[in-house]
Design a protein around this ligand. Sequence first.
Ligand code: HEC
Ligand code: HEC
Ligand code: HEC
Ligand code: HEC
Length: 385
Amino acid sequence: MKTALKTFLVIIITSSLFQAQELKLPSNPLKGRIVFEEKGCIVCHSLNGYGGKIGPDLSRQKYYGSFLQLGSVIWNHIPSMNRKFRELKMERPQFSESEMLDLVDFIYFLRFLGEPGSVANGQKLLSAKGCKSCHKIAGKGGSLAPDFTVLNKYSSPMYLAQALWNHGPLMQKKLAELKITVPQFSGKEISDITAYIRQATLSSAEFRLSPGNPSKGKFIFQQKSCGKCHGVTFGEEKMGPNLSKLNLNSSVTEIAGQMWNHSPRMIKYMKDNSISYPIFKENEMVDVISYIYFLGFEDKPGNRRFGENVYIEKGCSSCHESGGKGVGPDLSSSSHLKSGVQILQRMWNHASKMEDLLLIQNDEWPTLTLDEMSNLYAYLKSKNK
Ligand code: HEC
Ligand code: HEC
Ligand code: HEC
Ligand code: HEC
C-alpha cells in the first residue's frame, strides 16, 4: 500500500516535470533563411559578411539561448530597429506564427554550422594527437590503420566524425593494446583535421552532408537506443547524462567531438547492458546531433510567481489591465498566448503601437532579461489555460 502510494506520487511528480515538447522540431532549420530575406532582415543584417551593415552580422554574433531567450534579445532591440525602419522608410515586417518559428530556428541554428577548419592547425594536430603512429597520410605514418586517403572524398568534417565514431570500438581496442590513451577533441579540431586531410589527399570528388534534420534525428536517436541511456527532457534521469543539460554553445563537430570523448565509457555501458554499438550511415549522425542541439532550444519551465512580478514591474499590467480597462487588451483572457511562439509573434506585431503609447506616456521600452522573458511566459500561460 505504502509503496503503491509512493509510486503513484513519483509518477505524478515526474510527469509534471516532463513537459511535453512544445516547439515543433524543424526538419530544415535553414528554412528560416527565406523569412530572414523576405522580411528584409538582410537589408540591415549580414550573414557571414553578406548583407546590410546597419545592424550587427548575426552569424558572427553568438546567440546562446533557448527560444524565449532569443526572443528577449529580439524584443530588447525593437526600439532601435524601429528607428532604422522609419529612417529608411521601410515597412516594419509582420509575422505569422510559423514564420516567427522558422526565423528563430534559423537564428538559433547559425552557430551550429561552425567555422571553417584551418589546414595548418590540422596538420599539427594529426602529429600531436598521435594519429600518424597508426595512420598514413601523404605517404608518411604508420600502417596499423587505414591510410587517410580513404577519407579523401569527404569534404565535410562530419564525415570524419562519423567514420571515427563507426570505427571507434576497434580503434580503441588497438589504442588499448598499444597503451595509448584515446585522443580527445575540443573546439574546432575535427574541422581543422578534415581541412588538412582534404588538402593533403588532393581530394577530387566531394560529398557534402545536409545541414541536419532535427526532426528525423529524434527518430534515429530512439532507433539507435540513445534514448535508453539519455534523458532528453528536464528532470528525466537515466544511466547516462541528461542531454538537455549539455552545454550546447557548440557547433556540430564540437558536439561530435564531445560524443567521441565520452565514447570509451559509453562503449563500456553498452557492453554491460547488452546494447549494440550504434553505427551511423549517410546523414544519420548529423541528424542525431542536430536533434541534440535543438534540445537546448526548448525552454526550461519558467517561474510563474517571478513572472507576475515582471508583469507588474515592467509596466505590462498598467496597459494590460484586467477586465479590459487598459489601453491594451486583457492578456488574461486572450486566446492566443498558448505558446512561446504565439506570444513572441504577437509581441513583435504589436510592438509599434506599444512604442507609440510609451512615447506619449514618456515611458521607457520594457527591456527583458533572458530569465524575465521565460518567467513572464510562465505567468501569461498560467493565466491562459
Ligand atoms: C532597418 C534595419 C533593420 C532591420 C530591417 C532589422 N534589424 Fe535587427 N537590428 C538593427 C539594428 C540597428 C540593431 C542593433 C540595435 C541595438 O544595438 O540596440 C539590430 C539588432 C538586432 C538583433 C540583436 C543583435 C545583437 O546581438 O545585439 C537581432 C537578433 C536582430 N536585430 C534581428 C533582426 C531580425 C530577425 C530582423 C528581421 C525581422 C531584423 N533584425 C531586421 C536593424 C535592423
Ligand atoms: C593505435 C592506432 C590508432 C591511432 C593512434 C589512431 N587510429 Fe584511427 N583507426 C585505427 C584503426 C585500427 C582503425 C580501423 C578500425 C576499423 O576498421 O573498424 C581506425 C579507423 C579510423 C577512421 C575510420 C577510417 C575509415 O576507414 O573510414 C578514422 C576517421 C580514424 N581512425 C581517425 C583517427 C584520428 C583522427 C586519429 C588521431 C586523433 C586516429 N584515428 C588515431 C587505429 C588508430
Ligand atoms: C548504454 C548507455 C548509453 C547509450 C546507448 C548511449 N550513451 Fe551516450 N553516454 C552514456 C554515458 C554513461 C555517458 C557519459 C560518459 C562519460 O562520462 O564519459 C554518455 C555521454 C554522451 C555524450 C556526452 C555528454 C556530455 O556530458 O558531454 C553524448 C553527446 C552522448 N552520450 C550521446 C549519445 C548518442 C547520440 C547516443 C546514441 C547514438 C548515445 N549517447 C548512446 C551512455 C550511453
Ligand atoms: C504603453 C502601453 C503598453 C505596455 C507598457 C505594454 N503593452 Fe502590450 N499592448 C499594448 C497595446 C495597445 C496592445 C494592442 C496593440 C494592437 O492591437 O496592435 C498590446 C498588445 C500586446 C500583446 C498582444 C495581445 C494579443 O492578444 O494579441 C501582447 C502579448 C502584449 N501586448 C504583451 C505585453 C507585455 C508582456 C508587456 C510588458 C513587457 C506589455 N505588453 C506592455 C500596450 C502596451
